[in-house]
Design a protein around this ligand. Structure first.
Ligand code: FE2
Ligand code: FE2
Length: 266
């Protein structure tokens, strides 16, 4: 995983290195071929080689898909306690990642930062996987079915019933996998970006993307919006007004739709 992250973050690593990595990983290589041969790309003839697939998809998409495939085993859990539909966390995570990256691009953050934000956003809720298990084992339930304005917030609910949060669990997982300080920070502070001691921009972008995707109901059971209003500190950090999000909603929907179609073809 860390080699893949390194390849994604280094803009200048040659594409040949990416091809070597994919050829060495049968699972990733096979996924890539499946995608490139899916009807979305409308190829007249089947693509059979990894090299050709990488050239067709482009570096950026290959990197995103490789990451998604790598973490699929964690993200495709059925997290009933958190109000997700089956595969809901996966859809939510991919949607937040796609939205966060396009917010980063709209804010004119450097390409490298945008890619790091994508990775951090994809993993932002991964701590819900072990937490969901504990919640079910203890026979607890998190009462999420309230309107965003009156919901106490997922972190407060976790804190009250388990004295631990998915944000803290996610940080522990990132540390265990040696994913680096940026991802650790985003995972720990994605619900309160104002508390992040560093990587505040990255954390704030993931926070607002998470909020936007939650209001769209992507991944949640019954497709109802789940979540609390965004932390005002995020807008201060990003130096933009909250209505930035409503201006961005249509674009985010498009981004999310495209990603989900791709994932469904995997
Ligand atoms: Fe979260
Ligand atoms: Fe989230």
């Amino acid at each position: 995983v860390s080699r893949l992250l390194h390849l994604i973050e280094e803009e200048n690593t040659p594409i040949s290195e990416l091809i070597v990595l994919l050829e060495a990983d049968a699972f990733l290589g096979e996924r890539m071929l499946k995608i490139v041969n899916s009807p979305i790309f409308g190829r007249l003839r089947a693509v059979t080689g990894t090299r050709e697939a990488v050239v067709i998809l482009g570096r950026r998409m290959v990197c995103s898909l490789a990451l998604i495939a790598k973490f699929a085993t964690y993200l495709d859990h059925d997290l009933h306690a958190y109000g997700y539909e089956p595969l809901g966390l996966w859809r939510h995570s991919i949607a937040v990642a796609a939205t966060a990256r396009s917010i980063a691009i709209k804010l004119r953050l450097p390409m490298r930062t945008s890619e790091r934000i994508y990775t951090a956003a994809l993993l932002h809720d991964i701590g819900k996987v072990p937490m969901n298990e504990s919640i079910q084992q203890l026979g607890l339930s998190l009462d999420l079915a309230r309107t965003p304005d009156e919901a106490p917030g997922i972190v407060a609910l976790e804190q009250a019933s388990l004295r631990f949060t998915h944000a803290a669990a996610g940080r522990l997982m990132a540390t265990h996998w040696s994913l680096g300080r940026l991802i650790e920070t985003v995972l720990l502070h994605h619900h309160q970006p104002g508390r992040a001691p560093e990587f505040r921009t990255e954390t704030a972008v993931v926070h607002v993307a998470d909020y936007l995707v939650s209001t769209l109901g992507v991944g949640s059971r019954e497709h109802v919006p789940v979540g609390t209003p965004p932390d005002p500190a995020a807008f201060t950090i990003l130096d933009c007004k909250p209505n930035f999000l409503s201006d961005f909603e249509a674009r985010a929907l498009l981004e999310v739709g495209t990603s989900l179609v791709l994932i469904d073809s995997m």
